[in-house]
Design a protein around this ligand. Sequence first.
Ligand code: SF4
Length: 436
Amino acid sequence: MAISGDKKKKVAFHTLGCKLNFSETSTISRNFKNNGFEVVSFNSEADMYVINTCSVTEQADKKCRQAIKKIQNNNPDAFIAVVGCYAQLKPEEIASNLGVDLVLGTQEKFNILEHLDNLQKKETPEIYSCAIQEVDQFDSSHSEADRTRSFLKVQDGCDYSCSYCTIPLARGKSRNKKIDELVNEAHKIAQSNIKEIILTGVNIGDFGKSTNESFYDLLKALEKVEGIERIRISSIEPNLLKDEIIEFVAKSEKIQPHFHIPLQSGCNKILAKMQRRYKREVFQSRVDKIKSLIPHAFIGVDVIVGFPGETNEDFEETYKFLYNLDASFFHVFSYSERPNTKSANFEDKVPRKIITERSKKLQKLANEKQTTFYKQHIGQEEKVLFEAYKRNNNMFGFTGNYIKVEAEYDKSLVGQIKTVKLEEISESGNLIVKMR
Ligand code: SF4
């Protein structure tokens, strides 16, 4: 890469989608810094803008196009690079947006600096994107955003074939770095005084397939990294959440009692159509196992409403299953049809209006579950890691079991783990705390 001129070039990043994208943008932006760029916020004037895209929902594609338009309107001379999942799936569609100069797919995005010369706008956008079957590289990534928590990428890609999902088409096959290398990366994170890491990937329970290791082995190795005081497991498939993992979390000093498990439907007929690899009974057994060993664990559950063929009875089955489930929160997603997926060709599409109604009903239940879980903890002492974000002179943080707390802002607490007493639920639904 050769960027001419004496003045430091400014680059701004915008991330759409999941925490994995967020960790990758963070790594790419550090590479820019190390190569003499100044990284500025997305709303600032910059010489170059990089949008790291998602394509899980139609909404994500739309947000990407809106971001391109915004840059083009505010700063028409800036160089625009669009990278990541949407760029892998539909490079030509992205290149057709006015103002786009460079489009890089899943693997090429990490080589972005090699594709830059003088940041002059291109007459025709350049596209670099190899076929997804050829994507086999694992590019290490971790975030360092507010120096409190770091999303550490431990796995990429997915070998499953859920009928609604484009991720395997956008990110390729399941792969990971070896445990030793990830432990080294965790040591580096610890050296930056970051106390918590969140293990991130596409299908992290599948970790180890490419290196003949296992996710359980990874947890055991990371537990030993000095300086990292907290480890969280992000979303893990129920069929891969083995007893040994739950038992290890139950006795671990560092792995937090917080699980995020995608259910997607509480109706076995719909689960089969989704080509999920479990029945709801397996999911129930995972929740029962967690709660029997770790009664105070937070369990977050993903659910999709309005999958093709989901009748009122099927939805009520899901609702009833969730109502009776000892979970702490539901992340409710409305089904979004994606091109080139099996479910895009399914009949019996659920009308948008019904999807919205079902979503609202489940969201209400989700809020009730969370309030119940929070109320169970009022009066208790918990350890909280405080974050840098400030709003209305308040600061925020999370307990080990993922209760969001708020306290009066105190700069000296940022990045610190403190024992607090959980007092009452605030208007915004967090728990107000008293310092001990
Ligand atoms: S497990 Fe299913 S939903 Fe998750 S990334 Fe893989 S194919 Fe997509």
